[in-house]
Design a protein around this ligand. Structure first.
Ligand code: NAD
Length: 471
């Protein structure tokens, strides 16, 4: 009844694309066979996936280094360890999560069986992005497996080495009928989206998120969209600045700023701006030395397109720190910009690189007004010693997540849902929220046919009368 042992060889990717209909048909048949409904089968698949991460850690780190020149330590924290912990968390809780939920019952249903049955959706599509190419694909995939679905995995073609690893190695560990990998770029993804899935989980830009949503709409396919946008970071004058600067710069510079929840821009007073810049100079020197380009600890921009886009954004405002770049390595020095205007490109589009503009405001209320005049962010960061002020921001703004006196780390709290709101996304995942995302909550009422219950129920049958209704 358990999973078949991992197949020995990976299917060749071009064939998968050529036989896409066939691949999807096999996944549908596999789901219809009922094998993914078996919880021990799901557990076995997740254990295999965990083993894959453990056995191929070095390969994963090398693929990330090849795609992003990502330092090993960053890849361990944000990719391999993250994915391992995610699966361990699922395996620990899965037997509880799958149990039917028993909601409260009213007097009328006292004798009945009232429960919520956790039903998998069927065959789901998970589309990943390039910036965290493993975890953004495989964490939702693990949740979908846990919930009993078959899953088509579509890695981002832009992180080519990671996509190759996923296509060649993951199928050696997972059931090939239930969990096929399909590779390709926009046109192949468009073909995929023409197919009918039971659920679509997409991570990437808001622009493409709209395309995915429109395609899903044709079949009323439910979707989760994990999108991007600009996540502001407010700094209050009460903070211990050195720690705040370190946490903000780390959140900005990990993966060279190519992080959906990177603090996108700073909001603070003119006085704080000066202090922030002075501290930032020292911190950058402490972390990367005098010649930042030669430091092994800063990733690179993913490709020339993004590199050129970032150079364009650097034209806004005035460079206060950094500003150097080298196209041959797609290197951009951590750069702080000041004197930016709200309608400068850098303040309008998501930056997604190591550039941090500071927009000065008079006070916290101006900052709140500024934030609320823009699209709802994926996360709002506030640095302050005043819990009252932090509460003001939380109560008076809307964002996917909220994080005070820290950046990025909220993503690692596995009991918190992760997701956006408005243009930064819809739906959420991580831990139990991931399981629930890929689960249809089937409401079930079970009665028996005993005469006592029937007598009580008979007042609802015709012929209707006022006397019966008053019973
Ligand atoms: P990307 O270019 O890798 O695209 C994401 C996926 O969409 C890929 O699998 C790609 O093949 C597919 N795709 C691209 N164009 C398409 C099209 N026209 N039609 C159909 N599919 C298409 O990644 P990206 O979009 O550049 O990723 C960066 C964005 O993702 C940023 O905005 C970032 O904030 C966001 N992001 C969000 C999260 C989150 O969890 N909310 C995480 C990471 C990245």
């Amino acid at each position: 009844e358990n999973a078949a042992p991992a197949p020995a060889t990976a299917p060749a990717q071009p064939d998968i694309m050529a036989n896409f209909d066939d691949t999807l048909q096999r996944a549908r048949l596999a789901f219809a066979s009922g094998k993914t409904r078996n919880v021990s089968f799901r557990r076995k698949q997740l254990e295999n996936l965990l083993r894959c991460y453990e056995e191929h850690e070095n390969e994963i780190i090398s693929a990330l280094e090849a795609d992003l020149r990502r330092p090993k330590q960053e890849s361990l924290i944000v990719e391999t360890e993250f994915m391992k912990n995610d699966i361990k968390h699922i395996l620990y809780h899965l037997n509880d999560w799958v149990k039917p939920e028993k909601p409260d019952k009213s007097f009328v249903n006292m004798l009945d069986d009232v429960h919520i049955y956790n039903d998998p959706f069927g065959v789901v599509l998970v589309i990943g992005a390039w910036n965290y190419p493993l975890q953004l694909l495989l964490v939702p995939v693990a949740a979908a497996i846990a919930a009993g679905n078959c899953v088509v995995l579509k890695p981002s073609e832009i992180a080519g080495n990671c996509a190759k690893f996923i296509a060649e190695t993951i199928p050696k560990y997972l059931d090939n009928d239930c969990y096929p990998v399909v590779c390709g770029g926009p046109s192949e993804t468009a073909d995929l989206l023409n197919q009918r899935f039971d659920y679509i989980f997409y991570t990437g830009s808001t622009r493409v998120g709209k395309i995915v949503h429109a395609a899903a709409n044709k079949n009323l396919t439910p979707t989760t969209l994990e999108l991007g946008g600009k996540s502001p970071c407010y700094i209050d004058k009460s903070v211990e600045l050195r720690t705040a600067v370190k946490r903000i710069l780390w959140g900005k510079l990990i993966n060279c700023g190519q992080t959906c929840i990177a603090p996108d821009y700073i909001l603070c007073s003119k006085e704080m701006e000066q202090k922030f810049i002075a501290e930032a100079r020292e911190v950058l020197k402490e972390w990367y030395g005098d010649n930042i380009q030669s430091s092994p600890d800063l990733s690179r921009v993913i490709n020339q397109n993004n590199f050129q886009r970032l150079l364009g954004l650097m034209k806004s405002g005035r460079v206060a720190v950094g500003g150097k770049y080298d196209a041959s390595e797609r290197f951009i020095e951590p750069t702080i910009l000041v004197d930016v205007k709200p309608d400068d490109p850098i303040m309008e589009e998501e930056i997604f690189g190591p550039i941090l503009p500071i927009y000065t405001v008079e006070n916290a209320y101006d900052a709140i007004k500024f934030i609320n005049a823009r699209e709802k962010p994926l996360v709002l960061y506030v640095f302050s010693n005043s819990s009252k002020l932090i509460k003001e921001f939380k109560n008076n703004t809307t964002s996917g997540g909220f994080c005070s006196n820290e950046t990025i780390m909220h993503v690692g709290v596995d009991t918190l849902p992760f997701g956006g709101v408005g243009m930064s996304g819809m739906g959420s995942y991580h831990g139990k929220y991931g399981f629930d995302t890929f689960t249809h909550k089937k409401s079930c009422l079970g009665k028996n046919l005993a005469m006592l219950g029937e007598k009580m129920a008979s007042a609802r049958y015709p012929p209707y009368s006022d006397r019966k209704s008053s019973l």
